[in-house]
Design a binder for this molecule. Structure first.
Ligand SMILES: [Zn+2]
Length: 402
């Protein structure tokens, strides 16, 4: 059995202990000590890290009455000096005690009970048994901070399971004796095996950063103490960059961002209209060019439009092709030289060509692939230099069939 120093004194971070047994855990050397200040992961609070002699402590795990220290290298038998990482411990004490205060505050302001707790590496979450809204969350946050700033003493006591139940405290599952109760004086009492500060003031500040609906209740994400500072710094950094990117003072930031978004939607709508008109004009110009002084194209003598563009997207090529084949009986063989070569082939309804196989033959010459169905096919290849030749061969094939 390992005596857990942190239960009596969570501020004692250096200690000497005797190695009681040496084991292996998932391929790592592991020791059990007669006493330890290292907190073993449990009840939502992660383990402490630090050193035992020369070895780094990678994980601390409960194994019945024993505490396993999983190490990066073996330590010799005999006595060993332990040193718990102080920053991580203080962080966990701030977050965990802040959780007690916030959970109780949610009971007070919304009758919402905490049913799960997870102390994560960035934010801590509690899951409440009912939905709470933004206003209730702000009220609970305010209440938790009042209690924090009142510097109420935090006390730990040990009760029998019967005593705990008599006082309305349900002991953790499987615990029948020595129920450890953590109390923030006059505010909150609950069974807990975690590390807690001497007074509520050490929590510093409690900030709720997100609310989301979760399993019929609410998942509340929050940060306490130094993490709250880090969260503010991160958000300030983002806001400063937005202020500079949008050239708007803080107070106008939201309105400016909304206007930029609205303007973009309007610009896109206008651009789409202009593009459609441009494609329509281009289609008419190409058809007029293909006709020259000849008669208007008919199903028996359709127009053949062959054209290559620079930098057009496959979407725009397709838009042009569909307009061409709709305006007059027509076979359209279109290409674009962009990041690679794009081809779009199309014909009007009722014309006899096998458009997909015309296209496949052309893109094969360009070292690429493509396909399609019925009267429209598209594809692309890497050989920009062979675009004109591929179009000319496809045009020859169309003329030969006509
Ligand atoms: Zn706790």
């Amino acid at each position: 059995m390992t005596r857990r120093i942190y239960l009596d004194n969570p501020y004692l971070l250096e200690f000497d202990a005797a190695v009681v047994s040496r084991r292996e855990h998932e391929g790592r050397p592991t020791v059990v000590l007669d006493r330890t200040a290292f907190y073993a992961e449990s009840g939502g609070q992660p383990w402490d890290t630090g050193t035992l002699g020369e070895a780094r402590v990678l994980a601390v795990i409960e194994d019945g009455e024993d505490v396993l220290h999983v190490l990066d290298r073996p330590v010799p038998t005999g006595r060993v000096h332990g040193r718990v990482d102080a920053e991580r411990r203080r962080d966990h004490m701030q977050q965990h005690h802040g959780q007690h205060l916030l959970s109780k505050a949610f009971v007070e302001v919304a009758q919402a009970e905490t049913i799960a707790f997870h102390l994560g590496s960035e934010v801590t979450t509690i899951d409440l048994d009912r939905f709470v809204g933004e206003e209730q969350a702000r009220a609970a946050e305010r209440r938790a901070n009042e209690v924090t700033w009142e510097s109420r003493p935090v006390r730990v006591s040990t009760l029998s399971a019967a005593e705990a139940r008599a006082q309305g405290l349900e002991p953790p599952e499987g615990v029948e004796a020595d129920v450890r109760v953590v109390e923030a004086e006059g505010f909150d009492r609950q069974p807990c095996g975690g590390t807690h500060p001497r007074t509520t003031a050490e929590v510093g500040v409690v900030v709720v950063v997100a609310l989301e609906r979760y399993k019929g209740g609410t998942r509340v994400s929050f940060v306490c103490g130094h993490r709250a500072l880090a969260a503010v710094a991160k958000r300030r950094g983002v806001i400063d960059r937005l202020v500079s990117a949008l050239s708007a003072p803080l107070d106008d930031l939201v309105a400016t961002a909304q206007k930029a978004k609205d303007d973009l939607v309007e610009s896109e709508r206008r651009a789409k209209g202009l593009l459609e008109r441009a494609l329509e004009g281009e289609a008419r110009r190409l058809l007029a060019e293909a006709r020259g002084d000849g008669p208007a194209p008919t199903a028996a003598a359709p127009a053949l439009v062959v054209a290559a563009f620079d930098g057009w997207s496959p979407n725009d090529l397709r838009g042009l092709a569909t307009r061409l084949v709709a305006l007059a009986p027509c076979v359209a063989l279109l290409a674009s030289r962009a990041d690679k070569a794009h081809l779009v082939f199309a014909q009007s309804d009722g014309l006899p060509h096998d458009v997909p196989s015309l296209l496949r033959a052309a893109v094969e010459r360009l070292g690429g692939k493509g396909g399609g169905r019925g009267n429209l096919a598209q594809g692309g290849g890497e050989r920009l230099d062979l675009v004109d030749e591929a179009l000319a061969r496809a045009a020859d094939a169309v003329r030969a069939r006509a």
